[in-house]
Design a protein around this ligand. Sequence first.
Ligand code: UDP
Length: 473
Amino acid sequence: MARPELVQIPSQPLERYRDLLGEEFPLYEAVAGRAREEFAGRAIWHVNSTAKGGGVAEILRSLLPYVRGVGVDTRWVVPREGPEFFTVTKRLHNHLHEDPGDGGPLGDKERALYEAAVRASAAQLAQLIQPDDIVYLHDPQTAGLIPAVKQTGVRVIWRCHIGVDQPGELARGGWDFLRPYVEAADAYVFSRERYVWEGLEASKVWLMPPSIDAFAPKNQELEPATVEAILGEIGVGAEVGAAPTFVRGDGSPGRVERRAELLQEESLPAAAKLVIQVSRWDRLKDPGGLLDCFAQYIDDSGVHLALIGPTSSAVADDPEGTLVYREVAEGWRRLAEEKRRRAHLVSLPMDDLDENAAMVNALQRRADVVVQKSIAEGFGLTVAEAMWKDKPVVASRVGGIQDQIVSGESGLLIDDPRDLRGFAVGIGGFLTDPALAGRIGQAARQRVKERFLAIGRLREYVELVASLIDGGA
Ligand code: UDP
């Protein structure tokens, strides 16, 4: 079996946040000092199912460099699983969102397949970890590792990044599938209270929303000319004179060089208003629904729509991506000619993750309105990313999106994710009233600053790990 992938974690100084946090900064320095002292001599291992694509990889990428920067030995490992394993775990993922996914079962056969895969991965992991280490496992793909990892004597945290507002039979079935493994963990982390499974020991539960890093290539400030240059370089916009440059995660200079895979009649005119959604090609993100909304209701000839995702072959743990992209592309081909001219399907290369992030950053900054039309959503990092960039976001009132946007204050929530007209009215409202869009956008940024920056999570992270060390002493 292939060896697990060890993902490089660059080190980032907390110092970067000093100006942004002002007088609160010393608080974080104190937390850092405590972590350095208490965690000395042990490693904290993070294990998840993909190093790129999707929210979990993004969260690890935004938080771990600061953990490393304060002097804590933190590592990130991705077991290599096969396509059959991911078919089962994608089904689990969908069920946990109360969605039937591919319609297949989660029975004895699936359990046997899941257990066989994780058994092999656990054996590999056991060779890497030391008894004093802490192992932090993420999502259903790694839950099966818990009992075996526990047997090596280490403390184990399991973090569930997904959940559903109203669990039904499918979600409960997913919990029951995973429960025998999960119960063995020393602590469980959920993004929000509603996602905590029934029957888990309450004293082991921690709540932590995800977060973004203000200085990562995904969120760093970009000059308008650079934004235009990046859009030109990837082929979405016209070529311009400025250089498509950005600062890489490790602080070195970067330059966008690759083109996106595009389905568009012509490039985005400089004067066009732009509405975007960024997400994996996933039915629960409903890119097809947003295209329908555009087709039926967005008639202003100056408004363009861009549906943006990773190139569909790039995300290892998401086998449905290619299929969903194809469906959306068919929808694009069926659009009336005038609408097709204003719609862009943009698949971004993932070969270089910093470059990919800079592309997403530029597209989010170019947007006038950002949409997240998800049917279900664990958290929805793309929402926080857009809010941080002062954008008015129109999003479904589902899952963790509700924690981010206060509707009417820092964005707009649409009660029914399938209400195409409601989305169109919300989008139109911001496009036709730039003052409102500006006000909401500023409130959005402030909300992210107060609640969803990575540095804020550092404190909770240190508390959680410290509690396990104290508890085990
Ligand atoms: N993303 C990306 N490149 C892409 C498409 C998406 O980096 O081409 C990122 C996006 O910016 C966000 C993450 O993938 O940071 C998606 O996280 P989210 O919580 O929105 O959804 P998930 O994929 O975890 O369901």
